[in-house]
Design a protein around this ligand. Structure first.
Ligand SMILES: O=C(O)C1=C[C@@H](OP(=O)(O)O)[C@@H](O)[C@H](O)C1
Ligand SMILES: C=C(OP(=O)(O)O)C(=O)O
Length: 436
């Protein structure tokens, strides 16, 4: 494939990235790295297993390294091998006391590791990047406290906070308000097999976002030998001895999404290799979205291919279940023929940044007419122009801005390296797709 472009292949360190704008429809085959959500769940369950786990094709990114580092502090060694990462079972005596865990801006690390600290005997202080201190944590900290875990958050349920481990957690029945993040529930369910009485988590408050991520948690628990069950709003995970010697991570379909959307926006064709035949990943939904928008989506043994016409209708979408796709979908809809609305995603105000405010500001800054609603965005077609797109340390804003650059020459993405949270090679993969 070759395709002429304007813009740059890869920015100098610290410089903005002027996104290449193709002069012809894209025609490319791409491979994306492993799923962040699956990688970090597999690492947690591997640490809780009684024997070592080789995790194959894991994501290697900032969030994944933060997870292996956190597990290392807690006493689970990891080895990078030619075929993946081998995680050894937690040995709590290896954890220094007191200990410190760095959370970066990773929701999975921030929510999934405090229950593991509660299982060990050490006092563990957790802190992260300044934006993480504004992300919600109350749902998981409150539930852990209700289970008898000693947590000091200075009265504010946010990092920094300290878990004083008692060497075990009794577990049992607990109410969980996961309306701000599904990760609160996933955190408790993942640790459930290691609690003496397992866990019965009863959802209270409005329904959690990101349902597929909860299904993913149950799926991985089963793969590692636990026996989770769900009865309406009640989730039960009995105590279990876990083990899965060899686990292979699927490609990250949320990282794949912008590449398929690129086919829709340029009237080209993009194949993503190794799309799983069945998956709990929310990114799989992009296939039905594109089909609804009139894009041809075909699946064969090599992967999924999207072929677009470059024309898109406006659409009304409820993204409550697949909210991590909102930034790239919102960017694409700036080029639809009619107005669109995205609803059901008020909780994005507590993601890496306030994503609704950031998308409205940055897409409007390039000429789009994008406004915040109570629980989403309204997008009205409007000619877009070159300029700087600020990324607020949010990987998915880099991906969103790259889509705008497909149709608008001269889009400069500030701090593109922040995409390394989940996709360190994104700039190169995007430029490769464009033949730049
Ligand atoms: O459990 C997970 O791996 C995730 C759950 C979702 O979080 P929220 O439920 O907070 O949206 C999602 O947005 C995030 O990217 C990953
Ligand atoms: C919300 C996200 O990440 P996390 O909550 O895992 O930090 C995301 O990747 O879109």
């Amino acid at each position: 494939m070759s395709n002429s472009t304007v813009g740059s292949h890869s920015p100098a360190p610290g410089a903005d990235w002027v996104v290449p704008t193709p002069e012809r429809p894209v025609d490319a085959t791409v491979r994306v790295p492993g799923s962040k959500s699956i990688t970090n769940r597999a690492y947690v369950l591997a640490a809780l297993s009684s024997t070592a786990t080789l995790v194959r094709h894991p994501l290697d990114s900032r969030d994944a390294r933060l997870m292996t580092d956190a597990l290392g502090v807690l006493g689970a060694r990891s080895e990078h091998t030619d075929t993946g990462v081998r995680i050894h079972p937690l040995e709590p005596r290896r954890c220094p006391d007191p200990a410190e865990i760095a959370l970066g801006n990773s929701g999975t690390v921030a929510r999934f590791t405090p229950p593991l600290a509660a299982l060990g005997p050490a006092t563990v202080r957790f802190d992260g990047d300044p934006p993480l201190r504004r992300r919600p944590m109350a749902g998981v900290l409150r539930a852990l406290r209700d289970l008898g875990v000693d947590i000091d958050d200075g009265g504010d349920p946010a990092p920094p906070f300290t878990v004083r481990g008692a060497g075990s957690v009794r577990g049992g029945v607990v109410d969980v308000d996961a309306s701000a993040s599904s990760q609160f529930l996933s955190a408790l369910l993942l640790a459930g097999p290691a609690f003496a009485e397992g866990i019965t988590a009863r959802l209270v408050g409005s329904s959690p976002p990101s349902g597929p991520h909860i299904a993913m948690t149950l799926d991985l628990l089963r793969t590692f030998g636990a026996d989770p069950s769900r009865d309406g709003n009640e989730f039960h995970v009995p105590p279990a001895t876990l083990g899965c010697p060899d686990y292979t991570v699927e490609p990250d379909l949320s990282s794949a999404a912008p590449f398929l959307l690129a086919a829709a926006l340029t009237g080209g064709s993009v194949r993503v290799l190794d799309w799983p035949a069945s998956t709990t990943q929310p990114g799989d939904w992009v296939r039905s979205l594109l089909t609804e928008l009139g894009v041809s989506v075909t699946t064969d043994e090599r992967g999924v291919t999207a072929t677009g016409s470059g024309e898109l209708p406006g659409v009304e979408l409820d993204l409550h279940d697949v909210s991590e796709l909102t930034p790239v979908v919102a960017a694409m809809l700036c080029f639809a023929a009619e107005p669109s609305t995205i609803r059901g995603v008020a909780h994005l105000r507590g993601h890496e940044t306030d994503r609704l405010a950031a998308l409205a500001a940055e897409l409007s800054g390039l000429g789009g007419r994008v406004t915040e609603t109570e629980d989403g965005l309204r997008i009205v077609p409007s000619p877009m122009r070159s300029g700087t797109f600020h990324t607020y340390d949010d990987h998915r804003l880099v991906m969103a801005a790259a889509l705008i650059g497909l149709r608008v020459p001269g889009v400069a993405i500030e701090n593109p390296a922040t995409v390394g949270k989940t996709f360190p090679g994104f700039v190169e993969a995007w430029s490769g797709m464009l033949g730049a």
